[in-house]
Design a protein around this ligand. Structure first.
Ligand code: GLC
Length: 614
């Protein structure tokens, strides 16, 4: 037997019993299981030698993606550099940003105007023509790997575009393809679902079903009407989608972001989110990855309340996702910016720190989506902040409606029935850089930049992998041109999906510009993070009592030492008082010795402090 076959068989052996057991429990089809198995082997055989070598290295170094040097950036190929070849040419800039993990936003075939930012995939094996070809993607991945950069791509598994071949054939009446979706002759069953299933886009795409007049059928469409939900009760759907996943992995993708994963299993009478069978499917996907391409990492997109998120890590014996978005922390951070009260964020930090340190979170301030105010309302209510008025306060604050608002955001999917709304805007615009720039108010600009840097310093201090949103490193503000484009105007998420302004990068080396101040401040922190082992994801992480409700205190501790982070969310100077009288600390940024036991932090300021040996 060839060496590589031996390796494959060992991996298969390790998982076969459990995989088959779960598969049969779900699908009870030997025949389809055999089809899956032979597909897996085929994808393994097709995998490039270079990728197989990387798999083996990463199998020996399972924590490769959790290191303190990891720094991500998410970007849109077209907005950043026109096309995939363009991105390849811009790798030096990505390196200059200290980034070694790039999330390329959806780039697979989709129909303009019915694309949901690329999340309506018409062909999982074809790149959008304007962006290039699969060959370009593969070339880019190879260039990235040569420079120690990992690539992440979305795997949109909950639905296909209505322009996908399966959908077209289903629309034409082919039973085999109708069975891959949820089709109904009349509204009886859809109506039953509607009683218990909430809406994802209540304004831009109300309801969970779409009527197809040309075939007199309803089809399930949880997201936009042109995104048809796949039916994972059908083993062919599971098998084929796993093959699509492996196809992308074989193009040299390192991190697979499983889009909208909580939604993939539907059951009448439930809310169709986070159902147990979702976990069965993710667990099988994890094993399939470990058999064919163990070098890849699964990143779950679980935008849910904290108790729903952590289960997607699975258990130590039966892991599911390698990484999950730290979504509640993100939303709570912006809540803290508006309230200048860190109590809720501190509570959130306590929850995160109580989780096993094997759990790896992807930390971020902004992403391509809106900010949903998924906060711990029962706790907020004990402090007198009621859900509906509090959300209204947050949205008013960040859309510039309050006297002390500095944010320039826009509402997203305002639900006129519930009064609920989410928020869009770039980090810089939400921090006040846009307003201060427009008003040419230097003092306000000073505070806005400090807030922006402080938020990044907090994000970079968290346990897990930091992810920058392209443009944030130079303080790029909102882009309002989407309003002039009829294909985008309805979706305010395009506010923060504007073209990358390359001309602004010229200012990075000009002293005192917004770009230079932000870029170098973040760069300094990123370098410290990469140099200090204490920022490895394995360090223990704790929330501290700072004696001040505007200042969040965190510590990280491991055999590499101890560091403390202090983050002032108010614009006033604040006094902090930490315990441990006899410990001595110095700033990691400039080396000066300070006394966190009793000291002042200026408005929107922060400290990263390292404990000194006595
Ligand atoms: C995810 C994406 C979002 C998209 C949705 C539907 O939540 O982040 O942009 O609209 O999935 O695919």
């Amino acid at each position: 037997m060839k060496k590589s076959d031996r390796i494959y068989n060992e991996r298969l052996e390790r998982h076969l019993d459990e995989l088959k057991w779960l598969y049969m429990e779900l699908y009870n089809s030997e025949e389809q299981f055999e089809a899956l198995k032979s597909g897996l082997y085929q994808f393994y055989q097709e995998r490039r030698a270079g990728l197989k070598k990387l798999d083996e290295e990463r199998e020996q170094d399972k924590h490769w993606y959790r290191r303190n040097g990891m720094l991500g950036m998410m970007l849109y190929t077209e907005q950043f550099a026109g096309n995939l070849k363009g991105v390849k040419k811009k790798l030096p800039y990505i390196k200059k940003c200290n980034v070694n993990y790039v999330h390329l936003m959806p780039l697979l075939d989709t129909v303009e105007g019915r694309s949901d930012g690329g999340y309506a995939v018409a062909d999982f094996r074809k790149v959008q023509e304007k962006l290039g070809t699969m060959e370009d993607l593969e070339q880019l991945s190879m260039a990235c790997h040569r420079q120690g950069i990992s690539l992440c791509l979305d795997f949109v598994m909950n639905h296909t575009s209505e322009d996908h071949e399966w959908a077209k054939r289903a629309r034409a009446g082919e039973k085999e393809y109708r069975d891959r979706y949820f089709f109904y002759d009349d509204y009886t069953v859809p109506q039953q679902y509607e009683r218990t299933v909430p809406q994802v886009f209540p304004t831009t795409a109300p309801g969970n079903f779409t009527w197809l007049p040309e075939c007199s059928q309803y089809v399930m469409t949880t997201f936009y009407p042109y995104q048809w939900d796949l039916n994972y009760r059908n083993p062919v759907v599971f098998n084929e989608m796993m093959f699509n996943f492996l196809y992308l992995a074989n193009k040299g993708i390192d991190v697979i972001r499983i889009d909208a994963v909580p939604y993939i299993w539907k059951e009448l009478g439930t809310d169709c989110r986070n159902l147990p069978k979702v976990h069965t499917i993710v667990r099988m996907m994890r094993m399939i990855g470990e058999i064919v391409c163990p070098g890849i990492v699964l990143l779950g997109e679980v935008v849910m309340e904290p108790e729903k998120v952590a289960p997607y890590f699975g258990t130590v014996e039966k892991p599911e996702c390698h990484m999950l978005y730290n979504v509640t922390t993100m939303a709570t951070t912006w809540n803290t910016v508006a309230t200048r009260d860190v109590r809720l964020l501190k509570r959130q930090m306590e929850i995160i720190s109580s989780l096993p340190s094997d759990y790896t979170f992807l930390n971020y301030l902004r992403c391509h989506d809106d900010i949903g105010w998924g906060l711990d309302y029962p706790l907020l209510e004990t402090w007198g902040m009621m859900q509906v008025p509090h959300k209204k306060f947050l949205n008013d604050f960040f859309t510039g409606k309050l006297a002390d608002s500095f944010g320039r955001g826009e509402l997203y999917n305002e639900d006129l029935v519930t009064g609920d709304a989410r928020l869009c805007g770039t980090t810089a615009s939400l921090c006040g850089i846009e307003k201060a720039g427009f008003e040419q108010n230097e003092e306000a600009m000073e505070m806005a930049i400090k807030l922006d840097v402080m938020l990044h310093s907090f994000m970079l201090f968290l346990s897990g992998i930091p992810m920058l949103y392209s443009g944030d490193e130079i303080g790029q503000v909102n882009d309002y041109t989407y309003k002039e484009n009829p294909l985008k105007a309805e979706d305010s998420r395009y506010l923060h999906r504007g073209d990358f302004k390359w001309e602004l990068t010229d200012s990075i080396e000009k002293p005192d510009t917004v770009q230079s101040r932000l870029f170098h401040a973040l760069g300094r922190l990123e370098e410290i993070r990469a140099a200090e082992e204490i920022f490895d994801a394995s360090a223990s992480f704790k929330a501290l009592d700072t004696g001040n409700d505007s200042v969040l205190g965190l510590s990280r501790e491991s055999s590499a030492g101890k560091v403390i982070g202090l983050f002032n969310f108010s614009s006033n100077t604040c006094r902090v008082q930490l315990g441990n009288e006899d410990e001595r600390y110095a700033s990691l940024v400039d080396g000066t010795e300070v006394k966190p036991q009793d000291m002042d932090i200026e408005g929107n300021g922060f400290y990263w402090l390292k404990k000194l040996d006595r």
